[in-house]
Design a protein. Structure first.
Length: 96
């Protein structure tokens, strides 16, 4: 490869990598900021409180206008599973 073509290619790679590193850093900052939220949600989903809240919702004992996405079994489970998979991906990438 000719010298200027090689330098141009490496410059393109550096710009792309630099942008990705900056974006990932910002995303990791946002992710770190919700780590306590994810832990709390996981504990809540495994708790008797979640089971009671879910049963009360199913029985119609909660206010109709109450936002209740956290009582969606699939919604909360999917979030926690996505988080588990993401942690695995981060470990795998970090080990390279």
């Amino acid at each position: 490869m000719e010298q200027t073509a090689r330098i141009n290619e490496m410059e393109r790679r550096m710009e792309r990598a630099s942008a990705a590193v900056m974006e990932l850093s910002a995303a990791l900052d946002r992710y770190a900021a919700v780590a306590d939220d994810l832990d709390a949600l996981s504990a809540y989903y495994a708790s008797d409180n979640w089971k009671k809240d879910f049963a009360d919702d199913e029985a119609g004992r909660l206010p109709a206008n109450l936002k209740r996405g956290v009582l969606s079994e699939d919604g909360l489970w999917n979030l926690l599973e996505d988080n588990r998979e993401l942690r695995g991906r981060m470990r795998e990438i970090a080990s390279k």
